[in-house]
Write a protein that binds this ligand. Sequence first.
Ligand code: ZN
Length: 244
Amino acid sequence: MRILIVSDIHANFTALEAVLRDAGSFDTLWCLGDVVGYGPQPAECITRLREFNPVCLAGNHDMAVVGKTALWDFSTDAQEIIFWTRHKLKTTELDWLNTLPDKPLNIGHNITLVHGSPRDPVWEYLTDPALAKENLEHFETNFCLNGHTHYPVIFRKPWDDWRVLEEMPRVETPIHLNLDRMLINPGSVGQPRDEDPRAAYATLDTETMNFTFKRAQYDVAAVQKLMKELKFSNRLIRRLRFGQ
Ligand code: ZN
């Protein structure tokens, strides 16, 4: 089975379409949350994603849009778009966001899915090996896939070592999910923050258990134009070009 793994689409429909084109055929779609927020096309992203009957987790932005989490943890820019998104979406779209699970999900294949981290699946940012190490006892499978930080990374605890190592993944170089425990972030489709503006995603072949990080080029300028027309903040518009 070939699985397409996406995270942090953030209402960037152009980036999502680029990923779907680039990925080719797949059997199942896993989404690690934050379908909406920051970007200009939340309804389009929800509709497109739902065509694939995805396994999709709730991200902090998804929850904020439906009033499930307080807004004071968000930047002013983010809050503005959360309000805008809430008014933009139809009831059916809001209902769908409302159904997204906000707990760690054991999906089989020895894999747990979360948005943030295993111990705090909505909010914690897994930014360094020490945090990753603390989280190892909070999930039972060998592997955990997470999003939220918007940059691709692997935190690996080799089976014969007590340390947790941080690895910067290479695009198109499959990593084998083996005996080591790993927390893996595929990066963000709609707002990458690793200084590479291309949409980030990943694929998993469940027969070989090979996990592959991928990038897809998309028309960033077109998305920025749309955001400008909607009077989104310059900071949000600018960061897409630099992948920040
Ligand atoms: Zn996000």
